[in-house]
Design a protein. Structure first.
Length: 704
């Protein structure tokens, strides 16, 4: 190690921000907030809880609020993100949309963590400011801030932990080492992958102590204090898990099952394996069984496993645009509207922007590491990148998992940007520099991972699909059909091109042809929520109740018809308005919104989320609304179009509310009416239906 006088300044404590820098930081935070609020508006405003990871985090938060934890799911989730939700939900009145709004606000301020990381690693506030600016505008980091995922919080904690670790290594102080260990512990209890980083950085710190000249004992104390800080955070959680489950669980029990999923060969094997796992009640034993099943698969076909590892690394680092190239976009409709809250999936223009950012940030980060003033200070970050890549290769390589990787590299990308203006003056020297060759080699590997031949037919098809969609909007039927047919011919197998043709047929009233094309698209990509939703809407129009039911069952089989889908359908599906609507019935898609998913206590109807809407064809008689809910709950029932309102107090039994609508303008023509039901909410059932609901609406009908 060099003497302290020859090293970079140790970071944010060495040079406190000036007034100018504080103003700039405030502006960056404001920009970060604006970016995150825009994503909240698009993807989180409905208050829906998506299935899968988001629901598990949400359930864990509710259990915390009820004095326990969610210990009966498929696996045990780490507690830090659910604990944050458990703080935010009551502040938002147990409204998920409000809690995610507050979360986005908190994580907007989290760009300060990236400022701290950039400033600490390079001892320069300009690097810190650029790092914070990159964090403010990086699309995935902004979008995950308002999603029910732990990634954005984990990325923030990881940036802080790496910054504090660097401070501990540079200064040698026990306080910094203790703080670094505590932050690493918090990160590990946010995403379990962080657990494996702790021993790596401890070994690195100990190796620096062994190599150091002078007083290695101080360095060893840093390593020991680092472990102590992590143990101080992780220890109580591990002890709690041992008491509850009788096994040592440091963070979660997800890893083993994810590893097994990464080795599964077909659907039949997955179903059989999940059945075996389901009968094991102890979560740690369940994970152990999954690891044995994974190992059996690896031993049975090691070559396949190695090939799958390569594929998963490519999936981890591949461009998100590939989803459009292969047509497996599930949460975006053909017009680019968000259908459900599926973080990391955006409309095409935003996906291209995110990929452009990613494709620039990664080469910059590679260059920043290679040309860093002291590359050994980049080693903890490199260890993290290698660890995260290895674990993804062993388990599941999803683009979502690379967000913490890119986030940790932002300080190095920022450093490269700050030195970029001087590159033009030293081109010859850089060409002779071995660091340039190393950076170029790593960049080539990176771009090789992002490439795919699948983009070629997609690009060929897009040259017809884009003008074809434009012609469809301009109502040029012949040109639209010609171009969209050509696009489908060029890019065969992409369900998005089939959806384009289905949209064209639907637009021109060719409902039978459109329904057949949506069926075909759903067969090509069974997870396509748009194809199934349009199947349901067209089945209602063509009087095929069985088809509508099958389409909605397909949605509920993979996703579910939560309020995000209902809000999309309310706006996007221009369906006919019948005189009778039963919320939850397949024929009602697009006619109700503001409702919870289906619950086991109701065979007919749905619960509102506190502000439900139903669209029905009126008349000059009365609207009849069948309600049910807790005793004493007050419901405000209004008809938007006529200013009609009534306050109803629920009695715990089914009730019928009748609203005269003769005063509605042009009532004799049967205009569409919007019935709105507002009420307080309460938890329905912590285990079976953990939604905060208002009133159950069984039916809304118009009587002459």
């Amino acid at each position: 190690m060099e003497p302290a006088s020859q090293r970079e300044q140790p970071g944010w404590r060495a040079a406190l921000p000036s007034v100018t820098h504080l103003v700039i930081l405030g502006g960056i935070i404001a920009l970060a907030m604006a970016a995150r609020m825009s994503f909240w508006w698009v993807q989180a405003r409905s208050g829906a809880v998506p299935p899968g990871d988001p629901e598990e985090y949400y359930r864990a938060a509710l259990h915390i609020l009820h004095g326990g934890y969610h210990d009966t799911g498929k696996w045990l989730r780490p507690p830090v993100y659910p604990a944050l939700l458990a703080v935010l939900l009551p502040l938002a009145g147990m409204n998920v949309a409000g809690a995610l709004f507050l979360q986005a606000m908190v994580l907007s301020v989290g760009v300060l963590a990236f400022y701290a990381a950039g400033t600490q690693l390079f001892g320069r506030q300009d690097v810190g400011l650029v790092t914070a600016l990159l964090a403010a505008f990086y699309v995935p980091l902004a979008s995950y801030a308002s999603s029910l995922y732990a990634e954005a919080l984990f990325a923030m904690l990881l940036a802080l932990a790496l910054a504090m670790l660097d401070r501990a290594l540079v200064s040698g102080t026990g306080r910094a080492a203790l703080g670094a260990g505590a932050l690493l512990g918090l990160a590990a209890l946010t995403r379990a992958v962080g657990v494996y980083l702790i021993p790596l950085v401890v070994v690195w710190t100990a190796w620096l102590a062994w190599r150091a000249q002078g007083a290695p004992g101080a360095r060893y104390r840093v390593a020991a204090t680092l472990m102590l800080g992590a143990a101080f955070i992780i220890g109580p959680w591990a002890a709690r898990n041992y008491v509850i489950h009788g096994r040592l669980i440091l963070s979660d029990t997800n890893g083993g099952i994810s590893m097994w999923y990464g080795t599964v060969r077909d659907d039949a094997e997955q179903e059989a394996g999940e059945a075996r796992l389901a009968v094991v009640s102890n979560l740690a034993d369940r994970q152990a069984l999954a690891l044995r099943m994974a190992w059996d698969n690896i031993q049975a076909d090691p070559v396949r496993f190695l090939a799958r590892m390569r594929f998963k690394i490519a999936s981890l680092y591949g461009l998100q645009t590939r989803s459009y190239a292969v047509g497996d976009v599930i949460s975006i409709d053909s017009r680019g509207m968000q259908m459900v809250q599926n973080a990391g999936e955006y409309r095409l223009a935003l996906t291209l922007l995110a990929d452009a950012q990613y494709s620039l940030l990664m080469p910059l980060a590679i260059a920043g590491i290679c040309f860093a003033p002291r590359r050994e200070r980049a080693v903890p970050t490199i260890l993290w990148v290698g660890l995260a890549t290895l674990l993804a290769a062993l388990t599941i390589g999803h683009p979502r998992l690379r967000l913490p990787i890119v986030a940790a590299l932002l300080p190095f990308a920022a450093y490269a940007l700050t030195i970029l203006p001087g590159v033009g003056l030293r081109v010859r020297a850089l060409l002779r520099d071995r660091r340039s060759a190393a950076a170029l080699a790593v960049m080539i590997v990176f771009f090789a991972l992002t490439g795919s031949l699948r983009y070629l037919p997609w690009l060929s098809g897009m040259q017809y699909a884009v003008p074809g969609r434009l012609a469809l909007e301009q109502r040029d039927q012949a040109l639209a059909e010609m171009l969209l047919t050509r696009a489908r011919t060029v890019d065969q197998g992409n369900p998005l091109r089939t959806i384009d043709l289905a949209d064209a047929a639907f637009e021109y009233g060719q409902y039978e042809a459109a329904l057949a094309l949506y069926r075909e698209a759903a067969a090509l990509e069974p997870r396509s929520l748009y194809a199934h939703a349009m199947r349901a809407a067209l089945a209602v129009r063509t009087d095929r109740p069985d088809e509508a039911r099958a389409a909605m069952q397909a949605i509920d089989g993979y996703w579910r018809s939560g309020n995000d889908l209902l809000e999309w359908a309310w706006t996007a599906l221009l369906v006919g308005t019948p005189p009778r609507v039963v919320p939850g019935d397949p024929s009602a898609i697009g006619l109700y919104a503001g409702f919870a998913p289906a619950t086991p206590d109701l065979t007919v109807g749905r619960w509102t989320l506190g502000d439900g809407r139903v669209r029905v064809r009126g008349g000059c008689g009365a609207l009849v609304i069948n309600l049910y809910g807790p005793v004493g709950r007050v419901v405000q029932v209004t008809v938007d179009e006529g200013g009609i309102q009534e306050q109803v107090t629920l009695n715990g039994a089914p009730q019928e509310v009748r609203l005269p609508v003769a005063s509605v303008r042009d009532c004799e023509y049967g205009p569409p009416l919007t019935v709105r039901l507002r009420s307080a909410t309460s938890l329905l059932d912590l285990e079976a239906a953990p939604w905060y609901v208002g009133v159950a609406v069984r039916e809304v009908r118009a009587e002459p």
